[in-house]
Design a protein around this ligand. Structure first.
Ligand SMILES: *Cc1c(COP(=O)(O)O)cnc(C)c1O
Length: 299
């Protein structure tokens, strides 16, 4: 139903890398599709196949006001003729931001719930109630994080060169990392960067995602030092880094996920913490989020 196109692997040529003998490449999953972008494309792939196979007419899912998953699900609904419902964290206010107005234009129905209520998003009783309210809807968890997502993300491995010894990516739920890690080569280590403040639970969440498919791996670490204040928060330093990175490489990063990963990666390389020489950073997409800070970016 979805076939990956336009994905490319680019080398980042910068003196601070070559002087250390580091080969850093970036896997541009952001180029897959303008609307169903990056890792969200892989996370949705088997969910959509299941929806088609079972004949569901509706998808219901969850997200914050800037959620790339909400945007991707709304777009997929439009392309595949499936009704979509988004349970959105927080109050409704106008004008809608870019992400939510895009979702609405794709036909997604938005239902706002308070932060308190939203906390129940994976609570069984709450989900049961929602299912009764929307009896014909297929429910996908926040961030798309379910077993179909893990299955889809294993396919990202096809684009990762054998010789890569360290794979870096930004983590929200950790399910993308779990998916790639589940079928990665034994010599490949993973370094995730939590974009959430207090993301210490993420390593256990990754273990749990893997346990569900009977896989046990420990060749990964999730760093929690580069959240820049928390989810979708940023500092001028981060913005400066993004603009500088774009000037030097012509690669746009998003401020919620990939910029935090790349900043962290360069910082750890500079500090001598990272010893691997053959590094792959995954550009997981999310560029639509930059609309909300458009005036601060040179791209
Ligand atoms: C959702 C998202 C992530 C995080 O993926 P998880 O599987 O939730 O860890 C990373 N990068 C981008 C751009 C995203 O949109």
């Amino acid at each position: 139903m979805l076939s990956p196109q336009n994905i490319s692997l680019q080398t980042i040529n910068l003196p601070e890398l070559s002087s250390l003998g580091i080969d850093l490449r970036i896997l541009r999953l952001d180029l897959i599709h303008p609307e169903i972008s990056g890792n969200k494309w892989f996370k949705l792939k088997y969910n959509l196949a299941f929806v088609k196979q079972k004949g569901f007419k509706k998808i219901l899912t969850f997200g914050g006001a800037y959620s790339n998953h909400i945007v991707a699900t709304a777009a997929a609904g439009k392309y595949f003729g499936i009704e979509t419902i988004g349970i959105i964290r927080g109050e409704f206010y106008e004008p809608l931001n870019h992400s939510l107005s895009f979702a609405t234009k794709c036909g997604m129905r938005l239902k706002y719930v308070s932060r308190e209520v939203y906390k129940n998003k994976s609570n069984e009783a709450f989900l049961k109630e929602l299912q009764q309210q929307y009896p014909h809807a297929y429910i996908i968890p926040e961030g798309g994080a379910n077993n179909f997502a893990i299955q889809g993300c294993t396919e990202i491995n096809k684009f990762i060169p054998n010789e890569t010894d360290l794979i870096c990516l930004a983590c929200g739920t950790g399910s993308t990392l779990a998916g790639i890690l589940s079928t990665a080569k034994a010599h490949q280590k993973f370094l995730g960067f939590s974009v959430l403040k207090g993301g210490d639970f993420l390593m256990n969440d990754v273990r749990r995602f893997l346990e569900e498919i009977n896989i046990y791996k420990e060749n990964f670490v999730i760093n929690t030092d580069y959240h820049f204040g928390g989810y979708a928060k940023y500092t001028l330093e981060l913005i400066g880094f993004m603009n500088d990175f774009y000037r030097k490489t012509a690669i746009p990063l998003d401020f919620v996920y990939t910029a935090k990963m790349m900043y962290g990666l360069f910082d750890l390389i500079k500090k001598g913490v990272i010893r691997e020489k053959n590094i792959l950073a995954i550009h997981t997409g999310g560029l639509q989020g930059n609309f909300s800070i458009k005036d601060k970016l040179i791209y």
